[in-house]
Design a protein around this ligand. Structure first.
Ligand code: GTP
Length: 191
């Protein structure tokens, strides 16, 4: 199994409006929460793990939490990304909490495509791109601030305007994203 010499941040501060209850806190596998499941399975493969959230209060376990910059009150992965990059200030792996089948090998392939001049390395599978299965460099900070100041929360728009490298994977299955209750039920069966 590969070791990726970068930090990984599990992004877990969303509204979960489609799921109807906070995805980050759903039980998964042998774990009380999906967040703890992700931390436990991925911890051996990265330099350091963190959890990105609006506030740490919702979690009743210890971890390294990166709270969102309070200048921006809206729910948006861009707010999470800005707060993360300001905190770690080095290239960082990013994974949405609701993708329990993304493997360390996927991040290893992303890391192999990270160059000094790259702003972002993004995973792409046959059906879509995955901006929250990615590596971002601190060079994105100014671009994200500019986008937020203009109330533009579209990650795809930001990536088009950056030095983005896309890494193509053959299958969609590892990127399954738990947005709705039926996705959660399916993921528990697949586990
Ligand atoms: N820290 C942080 N994470 C966020 C924020 N908004 C979304 N996320 C995370 O970003 C990832 C993708 O979010 P979405 O699936 O688009 O949104 P969601 O809020 O989780 O779900 P919906 O409300 O159903 O769209 C999830 O892992 C969320 O936890 C935010 O403002 N702060």
């Amino acid at each position: 199994m590969p070791f990726i010499p970068l930090p990984l941040v599990i992004v877990a501060g969303g509204k979960s409006s489609r799921m109807g209850s906070d995805k980050a806190l759903l039980p998964f596998g042998d774990f009380k929460t999906l967040t703890e499941y992700q931390l436990a399975r991925l911890q051996p493969f990265f330099e350091r793990l963190h959890v990105s959230t609006k506030t740490r209060d919702k979690f009743d376990f210890d971890a390294s939490f990166i709270e969102d910059n309070t200048t921006y009150t809206e729910h948006s992965p861009l707010v999470a990304l800005l707060s993360i990059l300001e905190y770690v200030n080095k290239p960082v792996c990013i994974l949405s909490v609701d993708t329990p089948f993304v493997t360390p090998e996927i991040f290893h392939a992303l890391a192999n495509n990270l160059k000094e001049t790259t702003d972002a390395v993004i995973a792409v599978s046959p059906s879509s791109s995955h901006p929250l299965c990615a590596i971002y460099a601190p060079s994105m900070i100014a671009k994200i601030k500019h986008a937020l100041q203009h109330h533009n929360h579209k990650m795809h728009h930001l990536l088009e305007q950056s030095k983005t490298h896309y890494v193509h994977f053959k299958e969609d299955a590892p990127f399954l994203n738990l947005n709705h209750p039926e996705d959660y039920a399916y993921a528990k069966e697949r586990l």
